[in-house]
Design a binder for this molecule. Structure first.
Ligand code: CCH
Length: 290
């Protein structure tokens, strides 16, 4: 009987750079949203990781449980099938990568390719099973206030400064009525990563939108931008607002803090013995042309 040779393929940094490059090639799409899958990749990476609970050590990106019902059907995850389906194109070419690694690398790639900061990232997540999923209700509810935001993010192990830095990712993307019920982008350039979210929060006048949808704010001047109730607490809450002000004034400070906290988010719940290497700093497509 023939014995099939067991190939012990150990991917290197170069292999992950190839995956990164392929993900980067899938970002642009004229027929999708604002022309990029980047924002929804970032949201997938965040929702895959943000289920973490530091008390029980459950949740986080390790097992990629959003592949399964009921987590895939949790209200907060509406629309993320778009990102998971698109990333399948990459998974087909690199079947050895785990879903948790693929999805988190998708978020890193999307930020870097959108002119954001470099995000250190390392491989090591493994595929789990439906039984590893956490119950519904661990992700934030945009209709609520500062107490709720704190409860949710403190549970993951973040402080007020880290919370403010993380939510700055709303520089990217938009709300979709058929996903969350909310409508519209936060910034004028939703495919560019910048500190514009904080600048707009501080510098524009925000009023409650008059419509039949969920409570959200609009900018008084153009009425084309939006803020969620949870975004707005970042300029009303005494502790949050000092960081919002700092990031509005200093994009470099935001980039530095965002890089650290997004890396931390993506590593939540992954047992340290699973890490396959030290964090990599992968190159953008642009840098590789040079
Ligand atoms: Fe978010 N986010 N987010 N968010 N989010 C939505 C969309 C994006 C909340 C609510 C919403 C983070 C924190 C919070 C992104 C990244 C991050 C939407 C619209 C809602 C609602 C979904 C739709 O309709 O498509 C709330 C509440 C919080 C915290 O209190 C954090 C943290 C991150 C990442 C670090 C990105 C990106 C999007 C745009 C997705 C897209 O498809 O354009």
């Amino acid at each position: 009987q023939a014995v099939k040779a067991k190939t012990n393929f150990v991917p290197t940094k170069e292999d992950y750079q190839k995956v990164y490059n392929k993900i980067a090639e899938t970002l642009e799409a004229d027929d999708y949203d604002d022309g990029s899958y980047g924002p929804v990749y970032v949201r997938l990476a965040w929702h895959a990781s943000g289920t973490y609970d530091k008390e029980t050590g459950t949740g986080g990106s390790n097992y990629a449980t959003m592949r399964f019902e009921p987590e895939s059907l949790h209200g907060a995850n509406a629309g993320l099938d778009t990102a998971r389906t698109k990333l399948e194109e990459v998974k087909k070419l690199f079947p050895w990568i785990s879903y948790g690694d693929l999805w988190t690398l998708g978020g890193v790639c999307a930020i870097q390719e959108a002119s954001g900061p470099k995000i250190p990232w390392r491989p090591g997540r493994i595929d789990g099973f439906a039984k590893d999923a956490t119950p519904d209700g661990r992700l934030p509810d945009a209709a609520q206030g500062a107490d709720h935001v704190r409860n949710i993010f403190y549970r993951m192990g973040f402080n007020d400064q880290e919370i403010v830095a993380l939510i700055g990712a709303h520089a990217l993307g938009r709300c979709h009525p058929n996903r969350s019920g909310f409508d519209g982008p936060w910034t004028f350039s939703p495919t560019t990563f910048s500190n514009a979210f904080y600048e707009l929060l501080w510098n524009e006048k925000w009023t409650w939108k008059k419509w039949s949808g969920p409570k959200q704010l609009e900018d008084k001047k153009t009425k084309t931008l939006m803020m969620l109730p949870t975004d707005y607490v970042l300029v009303t809450d005494r502790s949050f607002k000092q960081y919002t002000k700092k990031y509005a004034q200093d994009e470099q400070a935001f980039f530095k803090d965002f890089s650290a906290v997004f890396n931390k988010l993506l590593e939540l719940g992954v047992p340290s013995q699973q890490w396959a290497s030290e964090p990599y700093e992968l190159k953008t497509l642009e840098e590789q042309k040079a």
